[in-house]
Design a protein around this ligand. Structure first.
Ligand code: THU
Length: 135
């Protein structure tokens, strides 16, 4: 649990519920995500694929897009869950977006379906990130 009162397991459970809505007819790889705001709100998302494969939206970016579009700006954790041999890490594009929107210290909570959880900060997953300070 962090100071928001939500446990990592609870955040993963919300991501798991969103995963049920995954639209993934091409990869069949169903992903759910849940992002926790500093005010306690949680926004969830699933991956949304497209016949034009490159238009696919990852679960993490769907959840963050929902959060930003509802006015949320401060985030404490983002959880990701999928059916894989080990807890699933965010792809490179999502790491860049998480880093920008959530800040270097946000915790990324990764889980498989067996309840195995790993947590890293986004700066551990994306060291030396490109950000607005370079512009
Ligand atoms: N995917 C996510 O939604 N999040 C991740 O962290 C990894 C990959 C999705 C994209 C695509 O729909 C499917 O998983 C297979 O790559």
């Amino acid at each position: 649990m962090n100071n928001s009162g939500t446990t990592a397991e609870e955040l993963i459970e919300l991501a798991s519920q969103a995963r049920q809505f995954s639209y993934s007819p091409y990869s069949m790889f169903r992903v759910g995500a849940a992002v926790e705001c500093s005010d306690g709100r949680v926004f969830t998302g699933c991956n949304v694929e497209n016949a034009s494969y490159g238009l696919t939206m990852c679960a993490e970016r769907v959840a963050l897009g929902k959060a930003i579009s509802e006015g949320a700006r401060e985030f404490t954790r983002i959880a990701v869950i999928a059916d894989a041999k080990a807890p699933v890490p965010p792809c490179g594009a999502c790491r860049q977006v998480i880093s920008e929107l959530c800040g270097a210290q946000v915790e990324v909570v990764m889980s498989d379906l067996n309840g195995k959880i790993e947590t890293h900060t986004i700066s551990q997953l994306l060291p030396e990130a490109f950000d607005k300070s370079f512009l």
